[in-house]
Design a protein around this ligand. Structure first.
Ligand SMILES: *Cc1c(COP(=O)(O)O)cnc(C)c1O
Length: 475
């Protein structure tokens, strides 16, 4: 065993990992990277097929990001936002507000035009450190806003079945993945959950399994939207918290076109706020800058993290409206201040990386590349449908999730104990492709610099791994 692997096993406690299993095999120790390729300490190369847990945008060791960081390092790495401003954070806040604004109202496939009154447009940026802290900030702001505006004295949040918004206590309170969350039930505040538009397992409009390329074949009457509307009528929620267009940790559940727009309208009509958790979907991941833009929805809060710095440094932000900001204004002794902050809030290195990342992201070259990659991914994923263990293949932009099932006709799930996802990912790693399963779902989130040949290799490795672990074609 490599000495670094031994050190790791002796001292490091890994996140979301059964450490007894971890100790049984030599971990891959990653040492360097270039573009979509990572290299371990033994010199073996891998493709980073989940963009290092959904964070990396333009590839590793990117010359422009590296240069931006080196430029910033010559000035200063970090100064505190408690009491002081700094250049990269100020520039970044301006830029985030600009890119966060929804594209001008256009008619999308739902035929419903978007609208965003100016005081409800995103105008202010509160920095934090990661997705979880961005959600903590947002929940506190929304809670306090709801109380101060007199809407409710005991504000409550609504979020989706299978929702994942991070691992800190507040974020877990609005999450609904039992496996992760039930152990800490006693620590959490209560929130309500509502049906998510998980078409593959929809109790109302079941797609016929043999029509494996169609998500919904029976007529959809938007029963899932009806469920949200019903909940919103029953009580004055502070906000609906949602991962727009695709729920990541729930298993890359891509929502049907039109769900977000309809739900956004229902939330507005009820007087509640809309919190868009774009920690995974932000910065081009789903095809547009933000997933909300795809349905011209303007949320009251937009949470960003993972891709903000291009996958270089931990930094996050909560974007919100002038309206929310104003509710925290007052005389000093009124103590309406937003009492929240972290030591590394507004970190200069992180902000410099984020500015460079946005510059690349908004360039014509990156946009063209992302569009081509999205089409490539769609074509490559088609080759998975014939396999018996493949129940559903979901894609939203450059996010894909392949749901493995014990019986594709009945959609019967594999028991978690069988560790099907883990075994398939291990077989992929042997083929030089890295990703991390979510239960029985295999995510693919290629960095935007991934070449057509690299993408083909990622999907081929997945296909071969499924055949190796679970067998071949549907009969
Ligand atoms: C990853 C993720 C989070 C949590 O972000 P961390 O940086 O891991 O704290 C929150 N929401 C969504 C949608 C995520 O994908």
């Amino acid at each position: 065993m490599h000495k670094l692997a031994r050190l790791d096993q002796k001292y490091v406690w890994h996140p979301f990992t059964q450490m007894r299993d971890w100790a049984k095999r030599e971990p891959i120790v990653l040492a360097s990277g270039k573009g979509a390729v990572l290299e371990d300490v033994r010199g073996k190369k891998y493709l980073d097929a989940n963009a290092s847990i959904w964070t990396n945008l333009h590839g590793h060791n990117h010359p422009k990001l590296n240069a931006a960081l080196q430029r910033q390092l010559k000035k200063v790495a970090h100064t505190s936002a408690l009491g002081f401003a700094n250049e990269p954070a100020a520039l970044l806040a301006k830029r985030l507000v600009k890119v966060g604004r929804a594209v001008p109202a256009r008619r999308n496939a739902t035929g419903i035009a978007g609208a965003s009154p100016s005081r409800k447009g995103l105008a202010k940026v509160f920095f934090s450190d990661d997705g979880s802290t961005a959600l903590e900030v947002t929940l506190k702001m929304s809670y306090e806003f709801t109380r101060r505006t007199g809407r409710s004295r005991a504000p409550k949040f609504l979020s989706l079945q299978g929702a994942y918004h991070g691992d800190t206590v507040g974020a877990v309170s609005v999450g609904h993945i039992d496996l992760f969350h039930k152990a800490y039930g006693g620590l959490l505040f209560k929130s309500d959950q509502v049906m998510s538009p998980y078409c593959y397992r929809c109790p109302f409009n079941r797609a016929k399994p043999e029509r494996t390329d169609a998500r919904v074949t029976r007529k959809c009457n938007w029963e899932c939207v009806g469920k949200v509307e019903a909940k919103l009528k029953r009580r004055k929620y502070a906000a609906l918290v949602v991962e727009p267009r695709v729920q990541g940790a729930a298993g890359m559940i891509a929502h049907p076109e039109g769900w977000l727009k309809r739900v956004g309208k229902a939330v507005r009509a009820s007087g509640a706020q809309l919190i868009a958790d774009e920690v995974m979907t932000g910065f081009g991941r789903t095809g547009s800058m933000f997933a909300c833009h795809k349905e011209t929805v303007t949320p009251d809060f937009l949470c960003v993290a993972k891709g903000l710095t291009g996958g270089y440094l931990p930094m996050a932000a909560t974007l919100t409206t002038q309206n929310v900001f104003d509710a925290f204004l007052g005389e000093y002794e009124e103590f309406k201040t937003f009492f929240h902050g972290h030591s590394y809030t507004g970190n200069q290195l992180g902000a410099a990386a984020a500015l460079a990342s946005l510059e690349i992201l908004q360039g014509a070259e990156s946009k063209k590349k992302r569009r081509a990659l999205e089409n490539n991914l769609r074509d490559e994923l088609k080759t998975l449908w014939p396999l018996a263990a493949v129940g559903d293949v979901r894609q939203e932009g450059l996010v894909a999730g392949v749901e493995l099932v014990a019986d594709w006709r009945t959609r019967k799930a594999f028991p978690l104990k069988a560790q099907v996802g883990i075994r398939v990912c291990e077989a992929m790693a042997r083929r030089g492709v890295l990703t991390r399963p979510i239960g029985n779902v295999i995510p693919l989130l290629p960095p935007y610099c991934t070449t057509a040949a690299q993408l083909r290799k990622m999907v081929r490795a997945l296909r071969e791994a499924i055949v190796e672990v679970l067998g071949g074609a549907k009969v």
